[in-house]
Design a protein around this ligand. Structure first.
Ligand code: UGA
Length: 431
């Protein structure tokens, strides 16, 4: 099938390559020339495990191409919309300008043969509005939210937990058309839920709101544990054994960041307010507050330890919002590093993959290219992202004057670090 994907970020670029890998002819459309040049030559413009290899392979087949020319989508049967919906500056609401402009740019090239399948995370009501905007072209609209996680984007796209189709009234033609696109995925027996536009949009934002709530719940328990000398990891293990609760997403630490959960819970609240349901999502503002307090807490802990030592020198290990990604959007680790720098501490940051992206966002931050360099003159070490490299490092052979480590992700083997002479401060845990 001929398909197009508008927007070639984490979502769109991976979707394009994945759809090509199951045999479709795919054109990815984006407006960023740097991204297009890299993608066209088979090189990933961001770090995502397995993606570079998949891209190289798929570009070489000749089935996958990238362009800034919207007219190239004219013969596509299905056009996916995968552009970003960031937080609007100065407000909590989602900024829909990229979605709106994608639809405007597509209008001259779509017709009765076209199915537009929206994947971007949008406020409930958007799909219905867009469907009426394209009605005169004869094209159909379907909302097909995406649940991929960065760091697992390729596997989540090709082996999703579920597929959700939000359709207009009785639009079985669009269901059949999207089924054809996803045939090889559906053949694995994956659950497919067909529903209305509003429910499909809500499935996405409520899933992210639930995940964010789960993380803030365990971080609130960490705050209590710190007050009473309990251990939040043992608590999470114990409650997680109840199948109704589950152990996943109960890892306490610096909390959630990234381009999705923080802005999605805010946009969801903004939309609830617009539809007259402010109170229903009031709790999400607490979820947000608990989350942001973890960053304050780590900044305070690091400052306290440094001041006690009469030192300014601190290493922050990990700058990405999560391991196996170079994405620093709303990264808690980078926020901690930036705030300590702004407070006058001499911070050296290091991340296995996100050094360059972090440097673009925080040009004042001293970012080193190896862990060894970052810790070489540090008196306190803060672990901000649970990369395997940090878990595996041998504290006994670490060449650093530091004797204090703050584990912002509860990721280190505490005994090993204790045995190597470190004071280990782990969030919500007995030290
Ligand atoms: C999230 C969702 O998990 C995806 O299902 C969704 O498709 C995606 O947003 C999206 O809306 O596009 P992602 O942002 O890639 O995916 O990352 P997550 O794995 O959800 O992690 C988000 C943040 O929560 C990270 O900063 C991570 O460190 C933190 N986290 C996660 C915790 O602090 N504790 C946990 O137990 C789990």
């Amino acid at each position: 099938m001929k398909i197009a994907v508008i927007g070639c970020g984490y979502l769109g670029a991976v979707h394009s390559a994945a759809m090509s890998s199951v045999g479709h002819e795919v054109v990815g459309v984006d407006v960023d020339p740097r991204k297009l040049e890299m993608l066209s030559s088979g090189h990933a413009p961001f770090y995502e495990p397995g993606f570079d290899e998949l891209l190289t392979e798929q570009v070489a087949t000749g089935r996958l191409s990238f362009t800034d020319d919207f007219s190239k989508v004219a013969d596509a049967e299905v056009i996916f919309i995968g552009v970003g919906t960031p937080q609007t500056e100065g407000s909590n609401a989602a900024d829909l300008r990229y979605v709106n402009s994608a639809i405007e740019s597509l209008k001259p090239y779509i017709g009765a043969h076209t199915l537009i399948a929206g994947k971007s995370t949008v406020p409930v009501g958007t799909a219905a509005r867009l469907a009426s905007e394209i009605e005169s072209t004869g094209a159909r609209m379907l909302w097909n939210p995406e649940f991929l996680r960065e760091g697992f984007a390729v596997q989540d796209t090709l082996r999703p937990d579920r597929l959700v189709y939000g359709i207009g009234d009785g639009d079985t033609t669009s269901v059949a058309q999207l089924d054809e696109v996803y045939r090889s995925i559906l053949d694995t027996g994956v659950d497919r839920i067909v529903t209305d536009f509003a429910t499909a949009e809500l499935v996405k934002v409520s899933a992210n709101a639930f995940l964010a709530t789960k993380i803030s719940f365990i971080n609130a328990m960490a705050e209590i544990a710190e007050q009473v000398g309990a251990d939040v990891t043992e608590l999470a293990d114990a409650i997680g054994l109840d199948e109704r609760i589950g152990r996943k997403f109960l890892n306490s630490g610096l909390g959630f960041g990234g381009g999705c959960l923080p802005k999605d819970i805010r946009a969801f609240q903004a939309r609830a307010e617009e539809v007259g349901a402010t109170e229903s999502l009031q709790f999400l503002s607490e979820v947000d507050k608990v989350n942001l307090r973890r960053r304050d807490h780590v900044v305070d802990l690091a400052a306290r330890e440094l001041d006690a030592l009469g030192s300014k020198r601190v290493a922050v290990l990990g700058l990405a919002f999560k391991p196996n990604s170079d994405d620093v959007r709303d990264s808690a680790a980078l926020d901690v590093a930036a705030r300590l720098t702004a407070d006058g501490y001499e911070v050296r940051g290091y991340d296995p993959k996100a050094g360059e992206t972090a440097g673009r966002v925080q040009p004042d931050l001293d970012i080193r290219s190896t862990l060894a360099e970052a810790v070489a003159e540090a008196d306190v070490i803060v672990v901000g992202t649970e990369w395997a490299e940090f878990k595996e490092v041998d504290p006994a052979t670490l060449e650093s004057p530091a004797k204090v480590v703050i584990d912002g992700r509860n990721t280190l083997d505490r005994k090993r670090w204790h045995d190597a002479g470190f004071k280990v401060i782990a969030l919500g845990r007995r030290t």
